[in-house]
Design a protein around this ligand. Sequence first.
Ligand code: PEP
Length: 256
Amino acid sequence: MRKKWLVGNWKMHGNLASNRTLIEQLRAELPALTEGVEMVVCPAFPYIPQLAELLKSSGIHLGAQNASDHLNGMYTGEVSPLMLHELGCDSVIIGHSERRYYQHENDGLMGRKSLAAIDAGLVPIICVGETAEERDAGRTHEVLARQLDAAFGYIRTAHDKIILAYEPRWAIGTGIAATPEIVQEELAFLRARVAQRDQAFADNLPILYGGSVKASNASSLFNMPDIDGGLIGSAALDANEFVAIYKALVASHKEA
Ligand code: PEP
């Protein structure tokens, strides 16, 4: 059975005091995580050392929200995936739609960043997803295929480890999640497309959904067969919500 993953993307939120409170609440509510149901928190870069300390012996993984496509060099303002690895991260979100939108990141850069992350020893959590306009125009599969193929131009399925996240832009931060049926359809499409390259890799690939997941809709989403967890934004900043979402994922894992 594939592992489940719950990833909290803290975006550009938090401070030293609120980070500490949030992690203390999570650890108090979840003194031990369930085997096979992993949790990752991704704070902003400056807080990575603080989180590495706060998460010690918690079983919760530390991830980053972005990384350079280079391992080192003259890239002012960039952060190498090697640096993140050295500071205790084991994964990094790549190609989040907010970076595609605000920083104009494209598919090629996402592929190169994924490869650099892998080379640095990190698991890239690769985000793909369509905009509302693309969905309305009936272009969802075309867009997902393009984004996926760009990433897989760099990935070596024989030995690379990645996590894929379907994050439709229209569902991120809007409070309106995709329906479980839409999520299942798109995740099955993504898995089938990966299977065209490597069936075993596709069978073992964790594919998450992200976009307005909350405690109130988590169970109905997680009960869909192709969903292996969630990438959570706003609700990851509220310990009660995040714990409830984690418990919904545990329940779906047990039922599977
Ligand atoms: C995200 O940032 O990846 C995300 C899914 O955000 P939200 O849960 O707030 O929609």
